[in-house]
Design a protein around this ligand. Structure first.
Ligand code: UT7
Length: 325
């Protein structure tokens, strides 16, 4: 049966120029390169310049994705930006990205699911494209987490970085089988009972301030592998693929130990897991498209590759998307 599938036509990314190493961190808070590498796998992260906004990062990533897709911005009718660090409380950063790309038609809006934002945004875009409501979408994950960190809290400030990534999706008629190109299966979940484990202690509707990120890392860690494994399994069961039939896992990059734990539970080798957190840190909603971009540039994904993206973040929110490139 013929169906519309959301095919990934292009990917792009942008990282701010400024690099902050673990040794740079050790000059600010009581930490060491050894602790950060051993507990997280992170060696450095990028930090946005004072003149760079989340929308600027997102526009740069989206431009690259459009060029690689060979698609003119005027042919895009949906822009979704996953971010927890919008330029302003409103308007949506996606509308600024839409404007920056010279697009005046269709719709643009933000998705707020923190580190799972890109998986949520892909799932939403896929629904619109499958239904025929829109034809071509840009899905951006863009963050400037450096602006919401408490730079005196060594338990969190060493973990995060800034950056953006984007994909261009196009609705294309396919056969309706698991051999199709495009997004094959999605699963998103949330559970607000865990709000106090990972949150920002401010907001326009409560404190009237922006606030700082707060996390009980050990408790978040405890939930991560199990919850992420659950949604990965769901996308695999839906399509009938076994874990080792996936060509590349492109996970949210929070902690190398979480990635290793998931790989072990799936029974797949490290060569199947895309790792960028050593150089990028945790860039929240930007981490998956940044990793996807690196995978593309390293020729680790090509037409026909089965790619599984997954994430978990504040809320809790979590989810997975299985796509054939
Ligand atoms: O992206 C959204 C989802 N987020 C995550 O998935 C994050 C999940 N959590 C984690 O990645 C880990 O829990 C962390 C990397 C945040 C922390 O690792 P941990 O092994 O869970 O360490 P911990 O929080 O249990 O702390 C162990 C010790 C503590 O000292 P005591 O109490 O044992 O004396 C901390 O004070 O390490 C200390 N510590 C540090 N030491 C040096 C915490 N941060 C640091 C630091 N440098 N930066």
């Amino acid at each position: 049966m013929a169906v519309n599938r959301s095919v990934i036509r292009g990917v792009g990314a942008y990282l701010p120029k400024r690099v902050m190493t673990n040794d740079d961190m050790a000059k600010i808070v009581d930490t060491t390169n050894d602790w950060i590498v051993e507990r997280t796998g992170i060696t450095q992260r990028h930090i946005a310049g004072d003149d760079e906004l989340t929308s600027d990062l997102g526009i740069a990533a989206a431009r690259q994705a459009l060029i690689r897709a060979g698609i003119d911005p005027v042919d895009i009718d949906l822009v979704i930006c996953a971010t927890a660090t919008p330029d302003r409380t409103f308007p949506a950063t996606a509308v600024k990205i839409q404007h920056g790309l010279g697009i005046t038609k269709g719709a643009a809006f933000d998705v707020q699911a923190v580190c799972s934002g890109f998986v949520y945004a892909l799932t939403i875009a896929d629904s619109f494209l499958k239904s025929g409501q829109f034809k071509r979408a840009i899905v951006v994950g863009a963050e400037t987490f450096s602006r919401i960190l408490d730079w005196t809290d060594r338990g969190t400030c060493v973990l995060f970085g800034d950056g953006a990534g984007a994909v261009v999706l196009e609705a294309q008629p396919q056969h309706g089988t698991r051999e199709d190109r495009g997004i094959l299966s999605t699963a998103i979940r949330s559970d607000g009972r865990y709000e106090e484990l990972l949150y920002v202690d401010g907001g326009p509707g409560s404190t009237k301030t922006v606030g700082h990120l707060r996390m009980n890392g050990r408790e978040v860690f405890r939930h991560a592998v199990q919850k992420i494994y659950g949604v990965i399994e769901e996308t695999l069961v839906t399509t009938g693929y076994a874990p080792d039939e996936i060509d590349l896992y492109v996970p949210h990059q929070a902690n190398k130990r979480i990635l290793d734990g998931i790989a072990k539970k799936l029974g797949v080798g490290p060569e199947k897991i895309m790792v960028t957190l050593d150089r990028h840190g945790n860039t929240s909603a930007a981490s998956i498209p940044l990793a996807l971009n690196q995978a593309f540039e390293a020729h680790r994904v090509k037409e026909g590759s089965l790619v599984l993206m997954e994430a978990m973040g504040g809320g809790f929110t979590w989810g997975a998307v299985l796509a054939r490139w």
